[in-house]
Write a protein that binds this ligand. Sequence first.
Ligand code: SF4
Length: 305
Amino acid sequence: MQINDLGGYLKKQFGCKVYKLSLVGCTSCPNRDGTVGVGGCIFCSENGSGEFAEKTKSSVADQIEAAKTQVAKKIKEGEKVKYIAYFQSFTNTYAPIEKLRKMFFAAIRHPDIAVLSIATRPDCLSGEVIALLNELNAIKPVWVELGLQTIHKKSAEYIRRGYELAVYDEAVKSLHQIGVSAIAHMIIGLPGESEQMIYETAEYIGKTADGIKMHMLYVQKGTDLYTEYQKGQVPLLDMDEYIGILIGCIERLPESVVIHRMTGDGDKKTLVAPMWTANKRHVLNSISVRFRAVEIKQGRLFQKY
Ligand code: SF4
């Protein structure tokens, strides 16, 4: 088995390095404004409204240029690169369709953009949004990221996700019908979930989605999870435990599923715990070392993430 990591996948698809440009599209969420819920998911912070408000004043084209400047130092002189226009924060299909059309077309028509990636909720993919994604996908590849986090009902209620698993299933089906890739997010280490439960979520994603993003549950100031954490109600995994479970998840995924993320780091200004997640490079190196040990044991190959 070979790990189908995002870097390798993009290199195969585009023949060059592909950088993500984080753009701000929609700044609302039905799980915050009362449509589905108030207060949002238990781990979700309001995400620096000042910074986001500033960014949304810029056009998509200006945001792309500013984001390209930020990654420019990583690019060698003369190196050919492409970019992913990534609408990441909040729920990026939760706005009037004309706004979405303008925003996504501005991104996908930009000559440097190779992929349009949109993070959203599965309950925010109406028929007209799916029709728009279909139009966009005819121009360049479109990815849709869905914040599933867990397949377990009790955990979904605990994190106040605000939709049933069947809604995710339906969303993935609709995306696949128009040839759009579905990438599911999953959180490892939710309170009350056993190792087996975590593996069940990974297996489910492996059977339904085209890609997966995994990260450790982390606590940020200003969230309701932080309040629970202060009361001692949120046990957290240490890095070794996390990596062991992560590898167990990867082993359960089909090779066709692209691994977009193996660790996540919250906003360092508000991160409370676990602090080991803040050192992403160290976590990735440790994952690589652990995986190498497993591959040596099992005679498999691990491509560096
Ligand atoms: S995590 Fe996403 S779906 Fe949940 S409240 Fe935050 S923006 Fe909304």
